[in-house]
Design a protein around this ligand. Structure first.
Ligand SMILES: *[C@@H]1O[C@H](CO)[C@@H](O)[C@H](O)[C@H]1NC(C)=O
Ligand SMILES: *[C@@H]1O[C@H](CO)[C@@H](O)[C@H](O)[C@H]1NC(C)=O
Ligand SMILES: *[C@@H]1O[C@H](CO)[C@@H](O)[C@H](O)[C@H]1NC(C)=O
Ligand SMILES: *[C@@H]1O[C@H](CO)[C@@H](O)[C@H](O)[C@H]1NC(C)=O
Length: 797
């Protein structure tokens, strides 16, 4: 970076930032504290990637096996087995293609050969200690087989079985549809579509010793064009006979349920021991019930904004295995309002609704109302068991129970989320949520749920919800936003390994792996570590590192609930070395009267607000710099539009986050009068022109061009003299360069290592800024041409 260049940036950098970024006020609480690009993730060794095979795609079906240390991934025509420690280090793959005759049939049926007539793996479920059950679309002809994985990781066994069976009711025909499946006790529960046309959606139970069983066919009250997102088994009591299977899906509202077309999010329940009815509902579920999951926020106009497009569900276990917390991710149906939300439901609320009134309708032209009449015994939806007595199997149920169940699959009341509102909403962004996993993390001051949310643009949000006093008042802290795929792509699969402390992500493009925490990125100071409020991380006396509840260390500092560095770190403040805060050096920058200048100061945390204070030379008093005509405070720094000599003085940049203030930068601005500038420019090289703080290097013709462009951009009053002023300084600096180079390099290093990312003006080398300059340049083509012409004239530098 040449001082010539610095000079230019010093004078003009601010305006360019101003023009491209604007100054729209942002809600700081809704933006991530740290944002890491794909490149930054790779360069900081926080991302391992598998970028896919050229003959495969759709890495959507995950099976995590922590015991064997493997991640199985089902994709187009292949099943992969990755090493959980490092997915890019070692993996094996098995090709599993659709039979050639099936491919031909698929093609003749008018399907796209490469995009549809392949075998897209949709089901990977653990079958027994040595085998995994696998199903794929088989070119619109679903197939399943047993995949041998060995008993121990050392066995190194990974091969497909020879026996292939019919996959109808297990995998969809159409690769664009999905299956939500779970294999329990040798039986496969699957919500999927079971025909070529993609019209017959059902919940199936197949495999095992029982006759296959499904939901009632062609009855839109049961299922109405559903899309399944998850299946879970949850015990109802200590008696396994009461075990239930819950399915999560979205579907069209029932006829008459909503005026117009609407999507509703649903939870469906089934008894694990349901064998179907005896005279009616033969080989159909007799215990199926569904209820609506509501996730909405009240609007200012009294109309609620509903998030109905259920995308994913994660069950977080609690002390009571019968009552996991249900985390669900939703998006909106509206094309106009794009938003996403996370809602949390309790099993108590879910069970209450399934024990409440059934939705009832007397005929096609009637409203759905709560059923008021006598409900037959045993109450439909109750599992046959000794707990409630009387019936050993659903085949023994009285006819009136089965008849009632058939006509009343839906509950009248919806299920509302805990606290009646989402725990997180995002609506001001150009992406939507797709996936969620949650980790329970033990911190110094309690247990925290940390959410990892996948988006449709290949990013992961890491969010912690912190009680603000009570459980009913949660504060969402968006800790990090990380890009985990090279190109924007929807994250379609997500698994978290507590054992490995890693997260695995799938998309159309490939598979990525990232650690759950990277405490070192929060900075090198106790205060920063504390402000991060990441339950995974604590200040251990010398650095921000992984917090382990077991290791009792007196020096450990962490405060998730309050994020208060004053109580946690104040006794460390005096010890700057240990604290990582290097002493703030006084730096001097120069500006020219009537020109503009930009004092750059951007805190590492995107959530911090910067404040500027001004101290006149020789005075004690500091005053707040207020945005106005001449001063503009931006997230990147302070822009002073038209410098006057009275602006000379000391400028102090402070970051305020979570009520904690940190001084990031202190610099002295000296405004040079135009008249003095003229004299300066006439002086000889050896005259002591002001020393400009800047690292030396080469001036390229490119930089000159840019520099000229910027000058023309701002229409600088004394364009010519400023130009020469910069040239002079640059020329003089070159002489001192060699001897200075070493010291400056050291300064630079300590600067980048020092906690806050503070740089005085000279940041042109960063790609984003360079891109902005480029953009500006393009916008100013007309003017550029003129300046280029001037540039071509020989100059004597
Ligand atoms: C993972 O493996 C790749 C390829 O062998 C290697 O380059 C990388 O450093 C490894 N990552 C870690 C975290 O060990
Ligand atoms: C796809 O390509 C990989 C290597 O690039 C190869 O090992 C694999 O067998 C191919 N799969 C099929 C189904 O041809
Ligand atoms: C697991 O199931 C497969 C497929 O049915 C069978 O061949 C194998 O013997 C079973 N293994 C064990 C350990 O039961
Ligand atoms: C600076 O600008 C002011 C107002 O535009 C003008 O009066 C003054 O002459 C300018 N000073 C110099 C040195 O150009």
């Amino acid at each position: 970076m040449s001082s010539f260049w610095d000079c230019v940036v010093l004078l003009l950098g601010g305006l360019a930032v101003l023009r491209t970024d604007g100054f729209a006020a942002q809600n700081k609480n809704n933006i991530p504290r740290l944002k890491l690009s794909y490149k930054e993730m790779l360069e900081s060794n926080n991302l391992e990637t598998f970028e896919g095979l050229s003959n495969s795609s759709s890495y959507h079906t995950f099976l995590l096996d922590e015991e064997k240390g493997r991640l199985l991934v089902g994709a187009k025509d292949h099943i992969f087995s990755f090493n959980l420690v490092n997915i890019s280090k070692e993996y094996t793959q098995i090709p599993w293609l659709a039979a050639p005759n099936r491919r031909d049939e698929c093609k003749w049926a008018g399907k796209d050969l490469s995009r549809e007539c392949s075998n897209f793996i949709k089901v990977l479920q653990p079958f027994n200690h040595t085998h995994v059950y696998a199903c794929g679309t088989g070119a619109f002809h679903p197939v399943c087989t047993y995949l041998e994985v060995g008993r121990k990781p050392e066995d190194g066994i990974f091969r497909l079985g020879h026996h292939v069976e019919n996959g109808r009711g297990k995998s969809p025909y159409d690769p664009r549809l999905s299956t939500a499946s779970m294999l329990i006790d040798g039986e496969l529960y699957a919500g999927t579509s079971a025909d070529f046309m993609g019209r017959d959606f059902a919940i199936f139970r197949t495999l095992g010793r029982h006759h296959p069983i499904r939901t009632e066919q062609h009855d839109s009250r049961w299922l109405n064009d559903p899309r399944f997102v998850g299946v879970h088994q949850i015990s109802e009591s200590d008696n396994p006979e009461d075990d239930k299977i819950y399915l999560f899906f979205r579907e069209h509202a029932m006829d008459g349920e909503y005026a117009g077309k609407a999507t509703y999010a649903r939870i469906g329940q089934l008894c694990k021991n349901d064998l179907g009815g005896h005279r009616s509902l033969v080989n159909k579920w007799t215990t199926f019930l569904k209820a609506r999951l509501v996730c909405s926020v009240p609007g200012s106009n009294g109309i609620d904004t509903h998030f109905d497009e259920l995308q994913d569900v994660f069950l977080m276990s609690t002390k009571d295995p019968k009552s996991p917390l249900v985390y669900a991710v939703f998006t909106t149906s509206s094309n106009i309002f794009k938003g996403s939300a996370v809602c949390m439901y309790s099993m108590a609320d879910i069970r209450r609704v399934f024990l409440g009134p059934y939705a009832h309708r007397d005929g096609p032209n009637y409203q759905w109302v709560p059923f008021q009449g006598r409900v037959p015994y045993p109450r439909p939806g109750t599992c046959p068991s000794k707990t409630f007595g009387g019936f050993d199997t659903t085949k023994d149920l009285p006819d009136e129970v089965v008849t009632f169940a058939r006509a009343h699959p839906a509950m009248f009341n919806p299920i509302y989320p805990i606290n009646n509102r989402p725990i997180m909403v995002k609506s001001d962004v150009d992406y939507q949520f797709t996936q969620i996993v949650v980790d329970k993390v033990e911190a110094e001051d309690g247990l925290y749920d940390v959410m990892f949310i996948g988006t449709d643009i290949g990013t992961i949000l890491k969010v912690v919800s912190i009680p603000r006093g009570s459980w009913h008042d949660l504060e969402e802290v968006l800790l990090e936003e990380m890009t985990v795929f090279r190109e924007p792509t929807a994250i379609t699969a997500m698994e978290l390994s507590t054992k490995q402390q890693q997260l695995y992500l799938g998309s159309d493009m490939g598979v990525s792996q990232m650690p759950l925490h990277r405490c070192e990125v929060y900075g090198k100071a106790c205060a920063e570590c504390c402000l991060a409020r990441d339950p995974y991380c604590a200040w251990d006396g010398s650095e921000c590192s992984r917090y382990f509840p077991m290791a009792k260390r007196r020096t450990r500092r962490q405060d998730i609930r309050n994020g208060d560095p004053l109580t946690q770190c104040s006794d460390l403040q005096h010890d700057e070395e240990a604290n990582g805060l290097t002493t703030l050096q006084d730096k001097t920058v120069y500006g020219v009267e009537n020109s503009s200048t930009f004092l750059e100061c951007s805190p590492k945390s995107q959530r911090a607000r910067t404040h500027w204070q001004y101290q006149r030379s020789g005075e004690e008093r500091r005053e707040e710099v207020k945005s106005g005509e001449r001063f503009i405070c931006t997230d990147q720094g302070l822009l002073i539009r038209t410098l006057s000599k009275s602006d000379s003085g000391v400028y102090i940049c402070q970051a305020v986050e979570h009520g904690f203030m940190q001084t990031l930068l202190k610099l002295t601005l000296e405004v040079i009068g135009t008249e003095r500038l003229d004299t300066l420019l006439q002086r000889d090289d050896e005259r002591s022109t002001p020393s400009v703080y800047a690292p030396p290097p080469q001036e390229s013709p490119n930089q000159r061009l840019w520099y000229r462009d910027f000058l023309s951009l701002v229409n600088h009053p004394t364009l010519h003299s400023v130009d020469e002023f910069c040239e002079q300084i640059w020329k003089r600096e070159r002489k001192h360069r060699k001897q200075k180079a070493h010291t400056i390099q050291q300064q630079q290093q300590s600067k980048t290592l020092a906690a806050p990312s503070v740089q005085v003006r000279s940041q042109m080398h960063t790609p984003s800024l360079a891109a902005k300059w480029k953009h500006l340049q393009d916008r100013q083509k007309g003017r550029n041409r003129r300046t280029h012409d001037i540039q071509r004239a020989p100059r004597s530098v």
